[in-house]
Design a binder for this molecule. Structure first.
Ligand SMILES: [Zn+2]
Length: 101
């Protein structure tokens, strides 16, 4: 198992009698695609959600997890704002960032 961000080998959690040491965090993610729930209410549109089509486990070592920018990327992935893996959800039209002048 390797850290997704820095590539270092991560160790299994070490259990001692009264404590344990965690070396990594596991993120259950993968390729997603947009799908819809049909909303049963007449006047409401369908509910869009990200469906996990190809699950992948990613590991983040504790050193990387302590970095705010990496924590942000994990959050973005989890919330479907920006996938951690460089794949874009099928059916989602990519809109480029607005150029700053
Ligand atoms: Zn790392």
């Amino acid at each position: 198992m390797q850290c997704f961000h820095c590539g270092r080998e991560v160790r299994e959690t070490i259990h001692r009698q009264k404590s344990y040491r965690v070396d990594y965090y596991r993120l259950h993610t993968g390729q997603t695609e947009w799908d819809f729930f049909l909303n049963l209410k007449q006047d409401a549109g369908p509910i869009r959600y990200l469906k996990l089509t190809q699950p992948i486990d990613l590991f983040t070592c504790i050193a990387c997890y302590a970095r705010p920018e990496i924590r942000q990327r994990l959050d973005d992935d989890f919330l479907g704002r920006r996938p951690l893996l460089e794949v874009h959800p099928a059916g989602e039209h990519k809109t480029g960032p607005i150029a700053k002048s």
